[in-house]
Design a protein. Structure first.
Length: 375
């Protein structure tokens, strides 16, 4: 939109864009606040650098925050310094759109190469796995679902659930399947899913809660949400899916960190990234309610936290997965929500109208301020 660069100039001219603050760092975070906020508070206490954090919401997990970053970059007005994503594919999408700048953190030196960008635009840490959570009162031990194909089994109709593959890790999972299986097989799989009586949720945490409450027998979710149910002593347990001979393995999804291109507080952004990528933070995330899987070798983790060397992980081409999300996002949205656009770059009529309305308001404010100054 041609209006956006002009709007950025008005913001600068009128002083609305905040100047760099040597004692501040701004972070957008898509990891649930109950897991991430304490870590950011620790950084603030230990460094004296004030953290201005904006948290994502469950219903638009990752996609909403990423689209916000893209909109701000298009306006020439990036608001955050660091993006802490709870997955990886959307971070790669930001890289491809030119929204990130490279930084090789010394804290990432021993993180496996498959979890960091060779050009240093992003680094993965503290992974989660896609798992099946089931209600132990509703599913017998000899009748457990074992993997993705169980979603297509008619005997589970009306008794299973998952988040729609439109945001967060479920969207990443869909992109990984497109990359692994190809377009025809993956679209057939998702069409077959639509034919089943699956209880579609807005997010993984909601799917977990529905299983915990006994609303249905089992659901796909992530290990962090599944662990919350275990901590609450809900009648639940997990199955790591597709672990058999010849099966694809479970999808392992790391958190990812990246510095936004044009970050106002660059040095503080680097300090925050170094801190978050440390083995100590991975140990905290493993020991906490999120039970995240450490990627640094040798990090202590409680019993029950999955280990990289003890599970069969799905082979993932992350660059291709990110491309598949961009390519097939509209199709997924049309298939699962009856409309397109939410997983592609921002540009819906409502979004454009909202941006134009905000631009007009700010432009009017700038003109009013200039008039007051001349007066």
């Amino acid at each position: 939109m041609r209006l956006l660069p002009a709007l950025a100039l008005v913001l600068v001219a009128t002083g609305i864009v905040a100047a760099q603050d040597a004692g501040t760092v701004s972070v957008y975070c898509s990891l649930d606040a109950e897991f991430s906020q304490a870590i950011l508070d620790d950084f603030e206490r230990e460094t004296g650098i004030r953290v201005e954090a904006a948290m994502d919401v469950e219903a638009t997990k990752t996609v909403g925050m990423v689209n916000r970053i893209i909109s701000e970059m298009r306006a020439g007005n990036p608001r955050c310094d660091v993006y802490w994503n709870n997955e990886l594919a959307q971070t790669i999408r930001l890289k491809k759109l030119g929204c990130l700048q490279p930084y090789a953190s010394p804290s990432a030196a021993d993180i496996p190469a498959g979890f960091k960008d060779p050009e240093h635009y992003w680094t993965g840490f503290a992974a989660r796995a896609r798992v099946i959570i089931y209600n132990t009162d509703a599913v017998a031990a000899d009748d457990l679902p074992r993997g993705l194909n169980d979603l297509l089994d008619a005997r589970w109709d009306g008794k299973m659930g998952m988040a729609k593959p439109l945001t967060g890790t479920t969207l990443t999972h869909a992109g990984a399947l497109f990359a692994l299986w190809g377009e025809e097989k993956t679209k057939t799989f998702f069409r077959d899913l639509r034919a089943r009586d699956i209880r579609w949720e807005r997010g993984n945490a909601m799917a977990m809660r529905s299983v915990s409450n006994g609303d249905y027998a089992w659901a796909y979710t992530d290990t962090d949400d599944a662990n919350v149910a275990l901590v609450r002593k809900a009648p639940t347990a997990i199955v790591v899916p597709d672990q058999g001979e010849g099966e694809m393995g479970t999808l392992l999804i790391p958190n990812s960190l990246a510095i936004i291109a044009g970050a106002r507080n660059l040095e503080n952004a680097k300090k925050l990234v170094d801190y978050l990528l440390s083995p100590a933070v991975e140990a905290k995330l493993a020991a906490g309610r999120s039970a995240q899987i450490p990627l640094h070798p040798g990090v202590e983790a409680p019993e029950g936290v999955l280990r990289l060397d003890r599970i069969k992980a799905m082979e993932v081409d992350w660059e291709k997965t990110a491309d598949m999300i961009t390519k097939h996002g509209d199709w997924l949205h049309a298939t699962f929500d009856g409309e397109a656009g939410s997983t592609s770059e921002p540009g819906s009529k409502f979004t454009k109208f909202a941006i134009m309305l905000a631009a007009a308001a700010i432009l009017g404010l700038g003109i009013w301020m200039a008039t007051r100054t001349r007066a």
